[in-house]
Design a protein around this ligand. Structure first.
Ligand SMILES: Nc1ncnc2c1ncn2[C@@H]1O[C@H](COP(=O)(O)OP(=O)(O)OP(=O)(O)O)[C@@H](O)[C@H]1O
Ligand SMILES: [Mg+2]
Length: 213
């Protein structure tokens, strides 16, 4: 039974403008999108390419300004973007240090969290590697670990498993379910119908609105 809500969006509106006048075009992406995620829920966000899933997620985390509507969340937030936000010249460990600083974690808390995530995602041996030396899947593991290391109350995952091999993919879903069962509220962009059974609820984004189905 899900607990109270940890993330809510109401009537979110977003329009992009492209090109210069007189050929300036407006692209209405979100036209009153609403959704909510409660404690202990694993909620899917689906929709065609270009339907606005990543735009909505960026608005939910506060990386992108909305043109209308309200967004609210409770507790710490973790965000795993579609394009990993990592730096080629920094090592895996340096990323953990940087993010731990941003999350205001002390050394003990960081080492405990990082040790557990490196073991869970099985990439301990890459701690000293620079990102430019990592495979795509390992980069994605780092992207996910960075979103999880501060044990957020709300977790937003934008296609976090692209590039994962099958074993990692299965482990990823186990990790998500374990965290959901421990009370985390998770919103995940997902394309694969086979994942439907793992999700508590699904929102479909179309014509700028999110419809639960
Ligand atoms: N910074 C931007 N400037 C202009 N248009 C943008 C910008 N970001 C996104 N868009 C447009 O907004 C629409 C929604 O893009 P978005 O990336 O949110 O879709 P998506 O549902 O995440 O797609 P995908 O499944 O391919 O990841 C697209 O038409 C895209 O071209
Ligand atoms: Mg996207």
């Amino acid at each position: 039974m899900p607990g109270h809500c940890v993330l809510r969006a109401e009537d979110v509106v977003k329009t992009f403008h492209r090109g210069l006048p007189p050929r300036r075009r407006r692209i209405d992406v979100l036209a009153g999108a609403s959704l909510m995620v409660c404690r202990g829920e694993l909620v899917g966000l689906v929709g065609e390419n270009g339907s606005g899933k990543s735009t909505l997620m960026q608005i939910l985390v506060g990386l992108l300004k909305r043109d209308g509507g309200e967004v609210w969340h409770e507790g710490r937030m973790g965000y795993c973007p579609q394009q990993p936000m990592v730096w080629d010249k920094l090592t895996v460990d340096e990323h953990f240090e940087l993010f731990a600083h941003a999350y205001r974690m002390d050394d003990t808390a960081r080492e405990r969290a990082v040790g557990a995530l490196l073991a869970e995602l099985q990439f301990e041996r890459y701690r000293g590697y620079r990102v430019e030396e990592l495979s795509g899947g390992t980069r994605q593991k780092l992207n996910l670990a960075l979103a999880l290391m501060h044990d957020p109350a709300v977790l937003l995952l934008d296609e976090p498993y692209s590039g994962f091999d099958w074993e990692t993919y299965v482990r990823f879903w186990d990790m998500s379910e374990r965290r959901r069962n421990a009370g985390m509220g998770i919103l995940i962009v997902s394309h694969m119908l086979t994942e439907r059974g793992r999700l508590d609820r699904v929102y479909e984004l179309g014509a700028g609105k999110a419809v639960e189905g």
